[in-house]
Design a protein. Structure first.
Length: 552
């Protein structure tokens, strides 16, 4: 395995192979069965048209040849920062066939993140879209290269400016492919933390091939399925749960959207007869609200929902209003996946994230001392299994803290296992306010806040307090029927929330800040509070002008 990556122990390798989870399949071969059956079937649909399996395979060969002619070889890394398009899929498959390892950056990343990824991954090439949505990625590449003298090709899928054109490079011949070891790293995903720089998650051919196969079986994706990638394919969910790669492996059709707005998405669903899509709960809520005004028929769609807390009221509307189906997932780019089965009762999908994907997945729910909690108790989720990494890339110190001695990943997620064996998410370890010794899970409070009809979004953070240790501060984005703070507190109390969980401070804001990975940036919210506290303290220290006496 690539230096800087941690392999699975030999005894687990033998077990996963013996029990059939891992095979010798490599990701670059996923198109092959369908090329032999019918290469003319549509593989990918974008706003510019359809690409058949045969055309996609030809493009993969051309791109692989272009990379080889630049001297990029097996074992090299390339940094890929592309939107949802055919080029992203073609470059991924070409890299897999060559044994080159893509590092999937997000389109939202800028100089800070890209420069870090270049230093950490040391890519041989950086693939960009040229100009995209008003941003010039060519200038970004210039800035990154100016700060780092190491040689790196910059390849543009659009107007290249002074950089290399993928179109020109790919028009000059095909490639020869080496033998690929299925135990080797296929690509890198990024961790989704809200602080610091993202960690690199190595995914191997055999662990991800199993994930593609198992998730496709879970949601019954086959050659008659159409998957809509409304989220970025650079994310694990839309890439391989089963996502774009899993749908292609099953012989289905992939529809790539540039954004999840209903105005763009609903016509695509109707025209392409979409059967499955992956959504964050906030986007699902918007689609549910807009389906009737836009006269959209979403009844044929299976909604695969995860990534954040799912409002039970929204989940029920998927069935009652849309007439569609729902499967509720908990997933990590690090590999572990849990989900509600399609045959589960509706209410189970509303309130839980089901059971682990794989029978070989091992989970523990532990307290602060790493002791198993009582049945149905809440604790931190620890996981290991055939898709879960054993360590982040080149992160020895971090791995020491994040993994147990026997290889369990500390997820940082608070969960409980209910009486039926299904997992219920309760928040995050780091998102707990220690309010005078009482622990307030911020995610739970956020869930209650957003149940108010006048609240669109909410984020809760801790505020240092000399008497209580910490107090709770809620940042609230209000809707049309905006409540005042007193009304919101009364709503929380009437909802049965414990008194110590009622927020001490409520700040109404126009929008919440987000990280480049799309999560609420609570660090920025804490910094905002710190800056405000400092400004208030400075104002108090200013000498006050003496009051003027009034004339009688």
């Amino acid at each position: 395995m690539l230096a800087g990556c941690i392999p699975w122990p030999d005894e687990l390798v033998d077990r996963y192979r013996r029990e059939g989870f891992w095979t010798d399949e490599v990701l670059g071969d996923i198109l092959d069965p369908w090329l032999e059956r019918d290469g003319s079937r549509p593989a990918i649909v974008t706003g510019s048209g359809a690409t058949t399996y045969a055309q996609l395979n030809g493009r993969v060969h051309q791109v692989a040849g272009a990379l080889q002619r630049l001297g990029i070889r097996q074992g090299d890394r390339i940094l890929v920062q592309l939107p949802n398009d055919v080029d992203l899929v073609a470059i991924s498959l070409a890299s897999f066939r060559l044994g080159v390892m893509p590092v999937f950056a997000l389109v939202a990343h800028r100089r800070h993140e890209i420069a870090y990824l270049c230093r950490h991954a040391e890519p041989s090439a950086y693939v960009i879209p040229g100009l995209y949505q008003g941003f010039d990625f060519r200038k970004l590449a210039d800035e990154v290269r100016a700060a780092d003298p190491r040689p790196m090709h910059v390849i543009s899928t659009g107007d290249p400016g002074s950089h290399l054109s993928l179109r020109a490079l790919a028009d000059s011949g095909a490639a020869s492919f080496p033998r690929i070891d299925p135990a080797e790293v296929a690509f890198f995903l990024l961790s989704g933390g809200t602080t610091g720089t993202p960690k690199l998650i190595p995914r191997t051919h055999r662990d991800y091939a199993f994930q593609l196969r198992a998730t496709a079986q879970a949601v019954r994706v086959d050659s008659n399925s159409t998957y809509l990638a409304a989220l970025p394919v650079a994310h694990n969910a839309a890439l391989g749960c089963p996502g774009a790669l899993g749908t292609l492996r099953a012989g289905g059709k992939v529809v790539l959207a540039q954004n999840p707005s209903p105005g763009e998405i609903f016509p695509l669903i109707a025209r392409e007869h979409v059967t499955l899509t992956t959504l964050m709960p906030s986007i699902l809520k918007l689609w549910v609200e807009m389906a009737e005004p836009l006269a959209a028929d979403l009844s044929g769609v299976l909604f695969q929902v995860g990534g954040a807390w799912l409002d039970p009221q929204v989940a029920r509307k998927v069935y009652a209003i849309l007439g569609a189906r729902l499967t509720h997932w908990f997933g990590m780019a690090e590999g572990f996946l849990s989900y509600t089965r399609l045959d589960d009762p509706q209410e189970l999908a509303v309130r839980s994230t089901g059971r682990p994907l794989c029978t070989a997945d091992e989970i523990r729910v532990v307290d602060d001392a790493d002791q198993e909690v009582a049945p149905a108790g809440t604790g931190e989720l620890l996981v290991r299994g055939p898709t879960t990494l054993r360590g982040y890339y080149r992160a020895e110190d971090y791995n020491q803290k994040t993994f147990t001695a026997d290889g369990y990943l500390r997820t940082g997620d608070l969960v409980r296992i209910d009486d039926s064996g299904n997992m219920v998410m309760e928040g995050r370890i780091k998102d707990v306010v220690n309010r005078g010794g009482e622990k307030v899970p911020t995610e739970e409070l956020e869930q209650y806040l957003t149940m108010h009809p006048g609240v669109e979004q909410a984020a809760v953070v801790a505020v240092p307090d000399p008497d209580m240790v910490e107090k709770t501060c809620a940042f609230v984005v209000a809707g049309r029927n905006a409540p005042v703070a007193a009304e919101l507190r009364r709503f929380l109390r009437d909802s049965g929330l414990a008194g110590y969980k009622i927020p001490d401070l409520i700040n109404f804001v126009d929008a919440l800040p987000h990280t480049n990975l799309g999560k609420v940036n609570k660090r920025a919210l804490r910094e905002r509070l710190t800056a405000q506290a400092a400004a208030d303290a400075a104002a108090r220290e200013q000498p006050q002008a003496p009051a003027r006496s009034r004339s009688p």
